[in-house]
Design a protein around this ligand. Structure first.
Ligand code: ZN
Length: 170
């Protein structure tokens, strides 16, 4: 079946189905094709064949849709962007060498603490007591504020800030 867009001699446009192109020619010649509005039998194919104009419109629409899609891909909508973390923490991407260093720090940390006593918050007091000879010297570690550590150092008490690892801070 073929659909033709037709026009009569009174400019009425209408569409009609035919079994084929030859069937249309035959029926039109014999006056079997008539205008549904004025019943005129002087009918011809409309100058603008619908198949052509439709496909043209479709292809231009497709082009517009494609450019829209491309624009959308180039500029993603805000909802498509990854969520921003509420509290960004300083981060560093470790390469192999840094990973190795990190392992060494961990080992050093372990060596410094494995044979020492954790005196916790009493570190400054304990360190000072040992330095003054009030308590026997032993290996200790614990917590001290920066001011305390500086005071100890000024008193000549050797203190070493323990390297801390990101996954040990909480
Ligand atoms: Zn007509």
């Amino acid at each position: 079946m073929i659909k033709y867009s037709l026009v009569c001699d009174n400019d009425h446009e209408f569409e009609s189905w035919f079994p084929g192109a030859e069937a249309y020619e035959t029926q039109a010649r014999r006056g079997f094709v008539e205008c549904p509005v004025c019943q005129s039998k002087k009918v011809s194919k409309a100058l603008m064949a619908p198949a052509v104009s439709t496909s043209r419109r479709r292809s231009s629409m497709r082009a517009a849709e494609a450019s829209e899609a491309m624009a959308a891909a180039a500029a993603p909508s805000p909802t498509a962007s990854p969520p921003v973390p509420a509290a960004p923490a300083p981060m560093a991407l470790l390469d192999d060498k840094q990973r190795e260093m990190r392992a060494m720090i961990r080992e050093l940390h372990q060596k410094l603490t494995e044979n020492s006593t954790d005196v916790g918050e009493n570190f400054a007091t304990e360190a000072r007591a040992m330095h003054d000879g009030d308590t026997p010297t032993r290996s200790i570690h614990g917590k001290a504020s920066f001011a305390e550590a500086r005071a100890l150092a000024e008193e000549g008490i050797p203190v070493l800030p323990l390297p801390s690892l990101p996954d040990e801070r909480n």
